[in-house]
Design a binder for this molecule. Structure first.
Ligand SMILES: C[S@@+](CC[C@H](N)C(=O)[O-])C[C@H]1O[C@@H](n2cnc3c(N)ncnc32)[C@H](O)[C@@H]1O
Length: 299
């Protein structure tokens, strides 16, 4: 059954859990030192409505409801460049670090968004195989959350690497002495992500071997280059896979959406004594972390 576009966006976006509304209110309060208040809610633009009609169900919305209000700014005719996208994410406080801004400016999102779709629009976009490239604000949020664990020389794992966009960002951050590994279970996406990366600022790292993308079930991680300082999971797991916790280094951090209908972006920190702390960052909507067969059948 196809959900109407309005429903696919509306039911979830307009009624986030109370705690997230509170987070939103506080973060975007006009007196908050780091954040400007976003504009009042406006009806969805025709662009986003037509894009959302390509998604057969709301699982295809890989983003955070809280930033829907930014959309009117992304439709402006001047907002069509990667740098401008980063500037807006900075202006809204989504990007607060110089390093994350630099990396997102260096990796041009247009190289990773399949042709025809607005690459700098703050929305997930379809990439085929019932998958999406996540919205820019989600990429920025995850880079911010992982920044301390993406220092030069560190190891990073990107599970459900899709287009390769975040894997490329990770590779620039950890540098040639580090290791950035993408794992994606759709072989065609692995191939196209490698082609994307070859055109990007991370091409040399791919050539020299500190960046690699592999076909496999990301729920099992990628033991060859474990333990990881940073793990990002780009699809929602019903629960946190034990293999990923095992492959996290003490002092390491994993960012993973968890849940089915209602999902939270969880921040999982492995303490130096090996114990694990988990907190919820925000409410999100991601495609499921599942088997290839289930994904291709759209279950
Ligand atoms: C929302 S997309 C995000 C992709 C990537 N972060 C990006 O922005 O381009 C989620 C990705 O996870 C992949 N995926 C889902 N389950 C997986 C699994 N068990 N193992 C590996 N990849 C998986 C999907 O094929 C899809 O490419």
């Amino acid at each position: 059954m196809l959900l109407s576009p309005a429903l696919a966006y509306g039911y979830r976006y307009r009624a986030p859990p109370l705690k997230h509304l509170l987070t939103f209110t506080l973060l975007h309060h006009p007196r908050h030192p780091r954040h400007r208040r976003p504009p009042a809610f406006e009806p969805l633009s025709p662009t986003i409505l037509s894009l959302s009609s390509q998604f057969p169900n709301p699982n295809f919305l890989t983003g955070n409801s809280l930033f829907l209000r930014m959309e009117r700014f992304w439709t402006g005719s001047g907002i069509n460049k990667n740098k401008a996208m980063v500037e807006h994410l900075k202006a809204y406080g989504v990007i607060s670090s110089k390093k994350v801004a630099e990396v997102m400016e260096s990796i041009d999102r247009a190289l990773f968004v399949p042709g025809g779709n607005a690459p700098y629009y703050d929305s997930p976009m379809p990439i085929g195989y019932n998958a999406t490239i996540s919205a820019p604000h989600m990429h920025a949020t995850c880079l911010q959350l992982l920044e301390e664990n993406l220092q030069p020389g560190m190891h990073a794992l990107d599970v459900g690497s899709g287009t390769g966009y975040l894997t490329a960002c990770f590779a620039l951050m950890v540098g040639p002495q580090g290791r950035a590994v993408g794992v994606e279970h759709i072989p065609e996406l692995v191939s196209s992500s490698i082609e994307n990366i070859q055109k990007s600022a991370a091409a040399a790292l791919l050539r020299e071997g500190s960046l690699s993308v592999h076909a496999g079930d990301g729920r099992l991680g990628w033991p060859e280059h474990a333990p990881y300082d940073a793990i990002h999971v780009g699809a929602a797991a019903p629960e946190i896979p034990q293999a990923l916790i095992d492959q996290l280094k003490p002092g390491g951090r994993m960012v993973i959406p968890v849940g089915t209908i209602f999902q939270d972006l969880k921040v999982v920190d492995k303490n130096l004594d090996g114990s694990v702390s988990v907190r919820s960052e925000t409410s999100v909507r991601y495609v499921p972390l599942t088997s290839r067969d289930m994904q291709l059948r759209g279950v």
